[in-house]
Design a protein around this ligand. Structure first.
Ligand SMILES: CSC[C@@H](O)[C@@H](O)C(=O)COP(=O)(O)O
Length: 359
């Protein structure tokens, strides 16, 4: 995708064997890239959310394994690296998916073969992510097009958090259909939930849509229900961090409330999902998916650009008030209209999911 008309990806290998990322903690007010030279750098980037979004943290972890293998490629080093990276964030299954794919490839190899093989495999995972997202974009666009033909007017799409190109290597998941439809000339407008506490909608989704000239409006997280009651939302598309065999969807906190409002108002609620986000070991998402709890400061404080041009952090809540910071919630399958995958749009139930996997 493009920043100031220059094509970028969110992560890329450098000619001298390091990895570069866009530091997403600095957006939208500053565009800064960061060089990762070690597994510790990759682990810090994931934990601190310099890189975030389920597919991207998987790719960053794969590169983390590759960086580690350049220096220490024994069995013990491979185990320690994979175990540490897999724990950097708990909810998105793509992280452990990517780490386990690296481990399975590297473990049978001689130590001296591991560095080159790891580097190639991390690159393959990154390239695959781009292709998968392009396919999600094509499948999702068809549904946007159907709504456009029925309505004969601009399609209003609501999204939560950031599941755009910043959350992947390129294109995004939930926003891939948006970019693809926009390129095909379908008139659309995106309602962007600000997505407290870290405001990935207001700071990341709004920024990347603006870079691409896509009409959008940032709304507070509580506005979606009101907009749906007044016919101002034609469809919802969100990303996801883990989907169970039953089709329950875990995504950024607040997604469930949007799904309830969509259901009550007859608005289609789609979840864009690479197949690697499926966790067939789990059935009931509410009971079984681990939900990340983060620091209270993400709730009690916000940072933003002040009128003097400086980025500052300020406290919102009274000193002494406790805050709880659950990062994700689970939307039961019954509220999901369809899962937009690289293999097509799949119903959120076990039979349809298994049939899609068998194709
Ligand atoms: C394509 S990204 C899908 C999800 O990872 C995204 O919607 C989300 O919840 C991201 O959460 P984050 O905490 O910013 O990593």
């Amino acid at each position: 995708m493009k920043i100031n008309n220059i094509p970028y990806r969110t992560i890329w290998p450098t000619a001298d064997g390091a990895v570069e990322i866009i530091d997403q903690t600095r957006l939208p007010h500053e565009f800064v890239t960061v060089r990762l030279e070690s597994m510790r750098d990759a682990e810090f980037a994931i934990r601190s959310m310099q890189v975030r979004g389920a597919p991207l943290i998987g790719v960053a972890a794969a590169y983390g394994v590759a960086l580690s293998m350049k220096h220490h490629a024994t069995d013990a080093a491979l185990k320690a690296t994979c175990d540490m990276l897999a724990k950097a964030r708990p909810t998105a299954v793509n992280l452990s998916w990517a780490v386990e794919r690296m481990r399975a490839l590297l473990l049978p190899l001689q130590a001296c073969e591991r560095a080159d093989a790891a580097w190639l495999e991390a690159g393959r995972i990154a390239e695959q992510d781009v292709k998968i997202n392009q396919a999600i974009g094509r499948h999702g666009r068809e549904h946007i097009q159907v709504i456009h033909l029925e309505k004969g007017d601009t399609v209003n799409i609501l999204t939560h958090c950031n599941a755009g190109w910043l959350a992947t290597v390129d294109w995004g998941t939930a926003l891939a259909p948006v970019y693809t439809a926009f390129e095909a000339g379908i008139p659309l407008h995106v309602w962007v939930d600000e997505t407290r506490p870290r405001n990935q909608g207001a700071s990341l989704t709004a920024w990347e849509l603006a870079q691409h000239g896509i009409p959008h409006t940032v709304i507070v997280d509580n506005a979606g229900g009101h907009l749906m009651q007044h016919g101002l939302v034609d469809m919802v598309i969100v990303g996801c961090d883990r989907v169970t065999a039953h089709g329950d969807v875990c995504n950024k906190i607040g997604t469930y409330l949007k799904a309830l409002a969509a259901f009550d108002n007859g608005v289609p609620f789609y979840v864009a999902m690479p197949i690697s986000t499926l966790d067939l070991t789990l059935l009931d998402g509410v009971l079984e998916i681990p939900i990340e709890e983060r620091e209270q400061e993400e709730v009690t404080h916000v940072s933003g650009l002040c009128d003097d041009g400086q980025v500052r952090r300020v406290r919102l809540t009274p000193e002494g008030s406790k805050a709880a910071n659950y990062g994700f919630d689970v939307t039961p399958a019954r509220l999901v209209t369809g899962l937009i995958t690289e293999r097509g749009v799949v119903a959120a139930n076990t039979a349809a999911i298994l049939a899609a996997l068998a194709d």
